[in-house]
Ligand binder design. Structure first.
Ligand SMILES: NC(=O)c1ccc[n+]([C@@H]2O[C@H](COP(=O)([O-])OP(=O)(O)OC[C@H]3O[C@@H](n4cnc5c(N)ncnc54)[C@H](O)[C@@H]3O)[C@@H](O)[C@H]2O)c1
Length: 318
């Protein structure tokens, strides 16, 4: 009870501080924050759907970015995605060509993780798998400066576990961007058991600099966003599996009836069916509650390599 109360009070204080920050949204204020944080270079590990979006928004905010992945082909694909996304803004007169070149010019790519050694803060955005992520955090701990903050974009994996893979758990935090990163305003900020207030404040300040809104939550499986979203997506897949309705009807009912901008099956394709399955498994294991068991149809699609938009086929064909 006391714990719940203190969380609520902390969140209320944090929200009012966030509002004050937004009201004080002047460049000079951010410069002060900047000099205090001295975050000038961001490392991004994993250049997939999320990693390239995170690199783009950081570079757009004037930060230097080192984008790292395991092979050059993935990095080239990521830079092409960044270019395409910025080009859309140029065509809509939201950006000029010169500014676009300056943004892409601030992103350096690397296959060698050692390149991340000069970063002030690293955002990990690799595959949603505990052993892959703990391996990455272990390496980052060895290769980066001891004062660097290590953030994870994980959708569901314990920040406390990732912190425990390092010698600096106080500097490990969840920074959960939403997809597509350049468009979505929320960053869910997750504190692990050992995350320090200093780390939290630094990451919150950075989130504002990226022109996004940070909302804080504690380290429980799926945090808030996916604890609420994934059971809905899973239920929509069960409805399809059981023949309750067609994919178009299920999505149409949720769009027209609930005012959702996108139906749950379309959204699952957009997120990636492998990512959805991984998150449901974390919820199922973490809570031990059968209500989170993934629909067999979702498992079958992932087995077939039908992962959604990124592979050209999921619940829909692209
Ligand atoms: N897809 C979404 O909608 C979404 C939304 C929010 C958060 N997330 C989270 O973001 C993370 C990344 O998801 P994604 O959708 O971008 O995945 P993705 O499959 O598109 O990209 C993952 C990238 O990580 C790279 N990678 C894997 N192991 C690596 C390693 N050891 N070192 C460097 N790079 C490595 C892969 O080569 C790949 O390019 C996951 O934790 C996911 O849960 C995803």
């Amino acid at each position: 009870m006391l714990w719940r109360w203190s969380v609520e009070v902390r969140q209320a204080v944090s929200l009012s501080r966030d509002l004050t920050l937004r009201q004080a949204n002047s460049l000079s204020y951010f410069k002060v924050m900047d000099s205090k944080l001295s975050i000038g270079t961001i490392g991004v590990v994993g250049a997939g759907t999320m990693g390239n979006g995170i690199a783009q928004v950081c570079a757009r905010a004037g930060l230097k970015v080192i984008l790292q992945d395991i092979n050059d082909e993935f990095l080239q694909r990521a830079m092409a995605a960044v270019d395409k996304s910025l080009q859309r803004d140029v065509e809509k007169n939201r950006l000029d060509e010169q500014a676009k070149l300056a943004i892409t010019g601030r992103i350096r790519t690397a296959t060698d993780m050692k390149a991340l050694g000069e970063a002030d803060l690293i955002v990990e955005a690799v595959t949603e798998n505990l052993s892959v992520k703990t391996g990455v955090f272990h390496q980052l701990d060895d290769l980066t400066r001891p004062e660097a903050i290590l953030a994870s974009n994980t959708s569901s994996i314990s920040i406390t576990k990732l912190g425990a893979a390092t010698r600096r758990p106080e500097k490990v935090i969840g920074m959960h961007f939403m997809n597509p990163v350049p468009v979505m305003k929320l960053v869910e900020i997750i504190r692990g058991i050992a995350t320090s207030d200093q780390t939290y404040d630094a990451v919150r300040g950075l989130t504002f600099k990226l022109e996004k809104t940070p909302l804080e939550c504690n380290d429980m499986p799926g945090f808030v966003a996916n604890r609420v979203l994934m059971p809905m997506i899973n239920e929509a897949i069960f409805a399809l599996y059981e023949g309750v309705a067609t994919r178009e009807s299920i999505d149409g009912i949720m769009k027209l009836g609930m005012n959702h901008p996108m139906g749950p099956l379309t959204l699952a394709d957009f997120i990636g069916l492998d990512v959805c399955l991984a998150i449901l498994n974390v919820l199922h294991d973490g809570f031990g509650d059968p209500k989170y068991r993934a629909c067999p149809l979702l498992k079958r699609y992932v087995d077939a390599g039908w992962l959604g938009r990124k592979t050209g086929r999921g619940f829909y064909e692209y």
